[in-house]
Each structure stands twice: as C-alpha cells, then as structure tokens.
Design a protein around this ligand. Structure first.
Ligand code: UDP
Length: 456
C-alpha cells in the first residue's frame, strides 16, 4: 500500500553516480518512491558501493565499472571531468547488459522507467535502445545548471585560468554576472572537458522523459522560470530529499556519533561546525591556516577532517604543534560527522562549508548561517547564491588565511550582520517546511512525479 492507499507494483530502476554527494540524494529518492509503493532496484558501481544491508526493502545490482583502475588518481588529478568521462565510457556495456537482463527477467512487476544521475549522460542512448523511459536526477541546483550553460567553457578558455594578479579577478563574468572571474577560475582545471560535460548532460537531460531536481520552488523560483522557458521536459522540484530520509544510511564513511554528547554540553548557537564534504582537498598550509583561525577566534568548534583531505597527509599530521592539547575540550576533530544531526543541534551556530549542494540544502533546512569556502565544480556557484542572492552566509573571499577566517566567523557569530543572516535563513527554513507540507509545492510536485511514473 502506498501513502495514498493504493497499490503500485511497478518497478523503478535507479542508477547513482558513485560519489557521496550523488549517492545520498539518489538513495533518498529511492526511499521516497518506495514509500509511495514502487518496487526499487538500484544498479550501482562497485566503487563506493552502497551497503545493501541498510536497505533490505530495495534490490541492489552491482556492475563492474572498472573505476578501481583509476581510483589512485583521485588524490592527485583534480580534473573532475576526467572521472565522469571515464565512467560514461566504462559503464556503457555493463549498464546495458544489467538493464536488459532486468527487462527480460521480471514479469511480475512492470519496469516503469529508469532514473539516472544527470552526469551519466550515456544512459539516455541505452534507455532509448531498450525503449525504456529515462528520468534525469539533477543533484545540483538550478542556478548551477543555468550558470554552466551560460559560461564560455569552449570559446574563451583563458578566463578559467585567471589568478589574483589579473585585473579581471574581481570583475563580474558578462555571461553570468552573479559570478566573478575569480569564482569561475575555481570551477575546473579543464574548461574543454567541462564544456563537453555540460553539453552532454544538458542535451541528454532535455532528451529525457523528465527531470527531478533536489531543490524546492520557493528557493529557486526565478531560475525555475528561466529553465522552464528553454526546457520543455517535465520538471519535478520535490526537494530537499533529506527531509524525507536522512543521509546517514548512505554514508560511505562511519559517522562519529560521540560528538553529539559533546555538542549537548555547549551553549546554544555557540559552535562553529566545519566540513568541506567528501571530495574537496586542501593543502597543508591551508589546513594550518584553518587551525590557527579556529584557535584565534576563541569559540567552540567541531571540525571534520576526512582522512586524505589534506594533500600529502594521512590525517592530522600537519596540525600546528600541540594544537589539540592547546584546544582541549573547546575543539573536537572527527573523521566524519552525522552532519544533519550536527546542523540540527541547538549548539551549532554556523556552518563553515565548501557549499556542496547537499550541505547547502542541509544548512538551509536547519536555519544555520554559512561561511562559504568553495573548492571546485558547482561549489563556487552555490556559494555566490548563498552570499549574494539569498544573503544567508558570508563568502570567505580570498581563501584560507587566519585573519580572514577569524573575521568571517566573527561576522556571522558576533555581529549584527550575522543576526540578519540568521533571520533570513530561518525564514527560508520555514519556507522549506511549508513546501513539504500537504498542499505545498514540493509535496505537490512529488505527487505529480508519482502519477507521472505510474502512467508509464
Ligand atoms: N556528510 C556527512 N558527514 C560529514 C560531511 C558530510 O554525513 O562529516 C554528508 C553531508 O550531510 C552531505 C554529503 O555528505 O549529505 C556531502 O554532499 P555535498 O553535496 O555537500 O558535498 P560533496 O561531498 O559532494 O562535495
């Protein structure tokens, strides 16, 4: 039985990109659709495989994508487009074979459609060949898709290599004036590869039978209108997905839950929570500046240092001398946190983030002001929306430097500006809740999606 009281036996097949920030929303979507009565099969890569035992109600089909052959390069090669291109080539045959077998095998439950990550653009051709509708899941913001589409990745590559010394560094980019040249220089080290990626994902998204966005209408209303003028494919904005199902069960690293009792002991809104997500890397000197900034500002902090995040270090070897002894109980460092719970905790005062889209949405949903330190791909775009459009965070404009860090944290945690930011983000938090309630925009969109899939 589904939540509307009727039986839906159709199967939906989902295929996530094998990275934490993509696996989380896809598995959340899988669980949402399961709640609505669909049978769910997840085709997945062996790299970063989800743990099937966390989801006994879903069926898992691993394919051999061969990512292990290039996995060593992740620590040194920062060209995200390289990995995406590799996966779009290596997955073609195993994905087609797996899908074809599933189509032949299950007579009991009709396979309604396949939902694949937008970055798996090759899947449209496979779905067409097998005459199966494909829906695209966009795990990034609408603003990101518009910016990617507008930026001149193919024609003017030099603007992506700009440095602090260039006179255009602080200047707005004519094709997308919200962004400065210094922002777009962070997006990619391979503009040509990025241009190909953008063209492929947007073309195959438009060719698909529907687009599912992990966002909510009230947040990206004008970008939704702009996209709707160009893209005729049905769009569904039913996010944020983590409000239906937490990300903890799809966590690839074990979450350190001991910090919850530490948070319980901290005063309300006093803790600076620091995390740069699952893939961002920082240098040793940046890492040390973060440590000095946190030490100097004098507030309690919870800092996620993912093993391997500091280039050339295994974990904490590059911390300033006696850092942890000096900080004592004021600061906690963990390898991975239960992030949603941390953000929802009353002691958390701000989130110093890399602005991955999931982290950004999670912060909005808990009304936690942000300090933005984007690293690459969509993060610089999300950070500009956070600081300049929604005005719910401050941008740590010029990288990791202790004085700038201290000032940014003080602006958010101690100044009037911080109070105003907190009011604005609390307002957005309320809007999220309204959109998810019965009759709200996300609630309605989810029902539309369920009806749409049922119609296949
Ligand atoms: N996350 C977590 N614990 C951490 C840091 C992150 O559970 O210590 C989760 C976070 O809640 C989010 C995901 O990992 O759902 C990261 O996705 P995001 O899009 O923010 O960034 P990415 O890792 O893709 O750069």
């Amino acid at each position: 039985m589904d939540t509307n009281g009727s039986v839906r036996r159709k199967t939906v097949i989902l295929f996530p990109l094998p990275f934490q920030g993509h696996i989380n929303p896809m598995l959340q979507l899988a669980n949402i659709l399961h709640t609505y009565g669909f049978k769910i099969t997840i085709i997945h890569a062996q790299y970063n495989s989800p743990n099937p035992s966390n989801y006994p109600h879903l069926t898992f089909k691993p394919i051999d994508e061969g990512f292990s052959k290039i996995v060593d390069q992740l620590a040194t090669n920062l060209d995200a487009t390289y990995y995406i291109r590799y996966l779009n080539e290596s997955c073609v045959d195993p994905f087609r074979d797996c899908l074809a077998k599933l189509l032949l095998g299950d007579q009991e439950s009709k396979i309604a459609c396949v939902i694949t990550d937008a970055a798996f653009y090759f899947t449209q051709a496979v779905a067409d060949e097998l005459k199966l509708p494909r829906l695209t899941l966009r795990t990034s913001s609408m603003g990101c898709v518009l910016a990617y589409d507008a930026l001149p990745f193919d024609s003017n590559k030099t603007c992506f290599c700009i440095t602090k010394e260039d006179s255009d560094y602080e200047v707005s980019v004519p094709e997308y004036p919200l962004l400065k040249f210094k922002d777009i220089s962070k997006i990619t080290i391979n503009p040509q590869g990025m241009g190909d990626y953008v063209t492929n994902t947007i073309n195959q998204m438009k060719a698909s039978s529907g687009i599912i966005w992990n966002t909510f209408k009230e947040l990206e209303k004008s970008d939704l209108e702009t996209i709707s003028q160009d893209v005729r494919t049905p769009s569904f904005t039913l996010g944020p997905f983590h409000k239906y199902f937490p990300a903890s069960s799809s966590s690839l690293i074990e979450q350190d839950r001991t910090i919850i009792s530490w948070l319980d002991k901290q005063p309300p809104k006093s803790v600076v929570y620091v995390s740069f997500g699952s893939v961002a890397l920082i240098t040793k000197s940046e890492f040390q500046e973060v440590a000095h900034g946190l030490a100097n500002v004098g507030l309690p902090f919870l800092w996620v240092v993912r093993p391997g995040m500091v280039v050339g270090s295994e974990w904490l070897e590059s911390l300033p001398e006696n850092f942890q002894e000096r900080m004592g109980d004021r600061g906690r460092i963990v390898k991975w946190s239960p992030q949603q719970e941390v953000l929802a905790h009353p002691a958390t005062g701000c989130f110093w983030t890399h602005n991955g889209w999931n982290s950004t949405l999670e912060s909005i949903c808990e009304g936690v002001p942000m300090i933005c330190s984007p690293c690459f791909v969509d993060q610089p775009i999300n950070a500009r929306y956070v600081s300049d459009v929604w005005m719910i965070g401050v941008f740590l404009e010029d990288g990791f430097e202790r004085m700038g860090i201290e000032m940014a944290i003080k602006r958010v945690m101690m100044d009037k500006e911080g109070e105003e930011i907190r009011e604005r983000i609390s307002c957005l938090k309320d809007k999220v809740n309204v959109s998810l309630d019965e009759g709200g925009s996300s609630f309605q969109s989810l029902n539309n999606l369920v009806d749409y899939i049922s119609s296949f």
